[in-house]
Design a protein around this ligand. Structure first.
Ligand code: AMP
Ligand code: MN
Ligand code: MN
Length: 317
């Protein structure tokens, strides 16, 4: 069993840090803090290394109490990395990464190069938070309401509220156990999915205004440059989620939302309705993800990168 080695690592460790990916989504935060609180509950000394995150997650139990942005010690026992197939995309400095005696990876992305001492990769599961749920059970740790809040939030976000095809019967079983702890799942959904800054409305408008249509409507692309995001007054981390509006249009196979970032690069989000495996595209351009949802940072100048992307998709339609 894959978790046996993970269990040994946890048992022999006392000072443990958990880390997710940069620009963290609900699953990254849910898996990291769910794992951290579970470790704390069995007497480990655990914290989450996290830098910038959206204020959407402010309501989560004890989130600031367990957050650190860097590691003070010269060495620590274990680093648990969740929801990232890419070492470079972890929300931790190389220096702090290298201070760990052991690395445990819990992930649902196919790793380019597995970077853990122990790698628990379940690419058939829809969320890293579901893997954390399984590991916590394997470790016989009781799931309290706070832990359940994080894990439910993570599973909910990465499954599109249990609607994506990646959702498994075991996902509903996990949700059932989590809900039985008494969490306010309606409130979690309201806060994470259904509450937006007013600026998001203006971002939706910009996304629609900038929409370009290719391959007889099979591909929809929208680029929102950073100066527009800035003029709207939205935080960068909140300028996400626009791909879904492009994908929902009838006949669309691939939706592409590209947003400018404050560092001058452009972040690409890809969504597929099934015909095209967009993880292959993202990996080809140095990113990663899943068949129906993937992303990467544009490696070249915008117009060149865009042409290469559209050409590749054209070859796959
Ligand atoms: P997003 O479009 O940012 O919501 O990302 C969709 C999926 O692609 C998620 O599963 C991400 O983990 C993955 N992904 C996005 N950007 C990158 C990247 N730069 N490198 C690797 N994976 C990524
Ligand atoms: Mn993620
Ligand atoms: Mn995930």
């Amino acid at each position: 069993m894959m978790f046996e080695d993970a269990k040994k690592l946890v048992e022999q460790s006392n000072n443990i840090y958990v880390v997710g990916h940069i620009n963290p989504d609900g699953d990254s935060i849910g898996a990291a803090f769910g794992m951290c609180l579970a470790l704390e509950s069995i007497g480990k000394n655990a914290k989450v290394v996290i830098s910038k995150r959206s204020s959407v997650y402010d309501f989560l139990p004890h989130i600031d109490e367990y957050s650190v942005d860097s590691i003070k010690e010269d060495q620590y026992d274990l680093l648990i990395c969740v929801d990232s197939s890419d070492k470079e995309r972890l929300s931790i400095s190389k220096e702090d990464f290298d201070k760990a005696r052991n690395i445990l990876v819990l992930d649902h992305h196919i790793a380019k190069i597995p970077y853990g001492d122990v790698n628990c990769i379940f690419s058939d599961l829809p969320a890293a938070s579901q893997i954390v749920f399984d590991l916590i059970n394997y470790l016989n740790i009781k799931i309290d309401k706070d832990i359940a809040t994080y894990l439910y939030m993570g599973i909910m976000t990465d499954t599109g509220s249990f609607n994506y095809s990646s959702t498994k019967p075991s996902t509903f079983e996990a949700a059932s156990v989590l809900i039985a702890t008494g969490i306010d799942f309606a409130d979690i959904c309201k806060r994470v999915n259904d509450t937006k800054d007013e600026g998001v409305l203006y971002l939706i408008r910009a996304t629609i205004e900038n929409m370009e249509v290719y391959y007889d409507g099979q591909v929809r692309l929208s680029f929102v440059p950073y100066d527009i995001i800035k003029s709207i007054g939205l935080d960068e981390e909140d300028a996400e989620g626009m791909t879904n509006y492009l994908r929902m249009v009838k006949g669309t196979e691939v939706a592409i939302y590209i947003r400018g970032k404050s560092d001058g690069t452009n972040k690409v989000s890809l969504r597929s309705n099934g015909k095209v495996d967009v993880s292959k595209i993202a990996i080809a351009f140095g990113g990663g993800g899943h068949m129906r949802a993937s992303g990467y940072t544009m490696p070249k100048e915008y117009n060149v990168s865009k042409k290469e992307l559209l050409d590749m998709i054209g070859g796959m339609l």
